[in-house]
Design a protein around this ligand. Structure first.
Ligand code: PLP
Length: 400
């Protein structure tokens, strides 16, 4: 075996896990860690959830894959479930978030061509993240994701996030725009929460201009923010919503959900996927959505999120090093006044797994929706102590 057989795509912490249960992961040396990242908003039901394990084992023993050339009842069931949860009409299943967004981008372009726009453009936001495929990295508002991969896919117009005037300015000048693609909360961008009426205002502009409003809920979906989808904190309904991460609790599945005209844009041959929506993936998706709904995990995420935010506020609120503490449901960001990328390593030593994003400035917590109050308190107390010690140490270091 080569010394390093993997392509150099991730900076990895030196720990590997053997098993997981609930909010806990156990490494190969038998140490246990509180998982406050959930595999980046994936394992909302925690690790080894019995409903997920059961669905995988039972369906794998019956039928894993046929083909989208045949009807797949489990796919139709999950599509109906997601349509009724979202208040939308139709679903295309993919295997990842990026692919769900690719489907959305193709819907927008087809929608544009159908109304005679030859070079349809989609408005995307600065600081956004939509994936690593060519179209989705071109849509992403982060140069680091794009650099070295030019030429980018054209047809994206960029606007500042949470800035309605910027959208209005584009509307006044650009007749090729057909859609807006936006995250309800920036995830990779550092848990940035826009104004309460942001989505409603975007909806209005889309209606006025005959554009599609497309929400990337790959990270914010599936109960994460305290509603099944983050837009359900508002009264609007988008034309397209994409999701993935938490939908399979670790089993790869993504979905592009659409309403009205957007739902009827594709015809046979427009789009497809060999693996998208296999019986196995959909059985898992059904088990996950069932559990989230039946166990009221959206409400749980909202309540626990409040508890975590106010405890952090209490413990860290007056620190100079902590610039902001924010969140919605169990999507929580602690913004630091100076980058502290080492905190992820230090937290791991203390038995806590977390992620730092937003250019090293934002500690991002995405704990499982099933986390108990006791586990949440342990997370808050351990991290608060760690951040205080870290800030004091950093301050006492000589500066050059
Ligand atoms: C993670 C993420 C994606 C990409 O999903 P993949 O499954 O990694 O392709 C897209 N959009 C958002 C908002 C994400 O958080």
């Amino acid at each position: 075996m080569a010394l390093q057989p993997l392509m150099n795509t991730y900076k990895r912490l030196s720990v590997s896990f053997e098993r997981g249960e609930g909010c806990w992961l156990y490494d190969t040396d038998g140490n246990k860690y509180l998982d406050t990242l959930s595999g980046i908003a994936v394992c909302g039901l925690g690790h080894s959830h019995p409903a997920v394990t059961h669905a995988i084992c039972e369906q794998a023993g019956k039928l894993i894959h046929t083909s989208n050339l045949y009807s797949i009842p489990l796919q139709e069931q999950l599509a109906s479930r997601l349509s009724s949860i979202s208040g939308m009409d139709k679903v295309f299943f993919s295997n990842s978030g990026a692919e769900a967004n690719e489907a959305a981008i193709k819907i927008a372009r087809k929608f544009g061509h159908n109304k005679g726009i030859d070079k349809p453009a989609i408005i995307v936001m600065e600081g956004s993240f939509h994936g690593r495929t060519m179209a989705t990295l071109s849509a992403t508002g982060n140069r680091a994701v794009q650099a070295g991969f030019e030429p980018l896919v054209s047809g994206f117009v960029r606007a500042a996030y949470n800035n309605i005037d910027a959208i209005r300015a584009i509307a006044a000048n650009n007749k090729d725009v057909v859609a807006i693609l936006v995250e309800p909360i920036l995830g990779e961008g550092g848990v940035v929460i826009p104004a309460d009426d942001y989505l409603a205002q975007l909806r209005e502009i889309c209606d006025d201009n005959d554009w599609l409003l497309m929400l990337d809920e790959v990270q914010t979906g599936n109960g994460r923010t305290g509603r099944y989808f983050a837009y359900q904190h508002t009264h609007i309904i988008p034309d397209v919503v994409t999701t993935a991460k938490g939908l399979g609790n670790g089993f790869p599945i993504g979905a592009c959900i659409a309403k009205g005209r957007a739902a009827n844009t594709f015809v046979p041959g427009s789009h497809g996927s060999t693996f998208g929506g296999t019986p196995l993936a959909c059985a898992v998706g059904l088990a996950v959505t069932d559990t989230i709904m039946n166990d009221n995990l959206c409400d749980r995420a909202a309540t626990l999120g409040q508890r975590i935010l106010s405890s952090f506020e209490e413990q860290l609120g007056n620190m100079e090093y902590v610039k902001d503490i924010r969140g919605k449901g169990l999507m929580i960001g602690i913004e630091l006044s100076e980058a502290g990328p080492e905190l992820a390593v230090l937290a791991k030593v203390k038995g806590i797994l977390l992620n730092i994003t937003g250019g090293g400035h934002v500690i991002r917590l995405l704990p499982p929706l099933i986390m108990t109050d006791i586990e949440a308190d342990l997370m808050v107390n351990t991290l608060s102590k760690l951040i205080k010690i870290y800030a004091a140490d950093e301050r006492s270091k000589p500066r050059n």
